[in-house]
Design a protein around this ligand. Sequence first.
Ligand SMILES: [Zn+2]
Length: 173
Amino acid sequence: MPNLNPDQGDPDSVNVRSKDYLIARSVRPCTHCGVGTPLVALVLPPSHEILSLAEDDGSGPLADSWDETHGSAFLFHIGYLPDRVQQRVQASSKTYRLAVSPAAQGSRWANHCEHCGSLQEDHDLFCEPEGAFLPVDAASASAIELTRIDEPFAAAAAGYAREPEYLEHMIRS
Ligand SMILES: [Zn+2]
């Protein structure tokens, strides 16, 4: 499993990177007011890289290393995004922005309802069955629209959902 540190929000904390990426879009009822609101998510195609933190085995400090992966992944609980990626995502959704997260003791990039402004928790979108980005069948997966961005990507992300079911063929194509 990737070693993901959730408590960093600066460029030095980048723990995933890729030569390209995808922006996923969907629409779901707001968890607060119930009105449908657009949601976005970041997706990494196969061959992205994960930072593997060096472990001190007593023989002195070792260098961190980047490990190439062979599957796709959704990212969430994101603490840091480079400016270029922020601009790309916010062009898709103006309500995706940094939010203070008491639970995470820091700031996170998160979706907000375009009607009432409520924070849409990543946990609800990515971890709950039938969440906007955790489809339970091909029909719910088809509600997710993917746009490939042919530009470099980096982020500090504490949430990492490997090989999203029903979406693999869309991400690879
Ligand atoms: Zn709302």
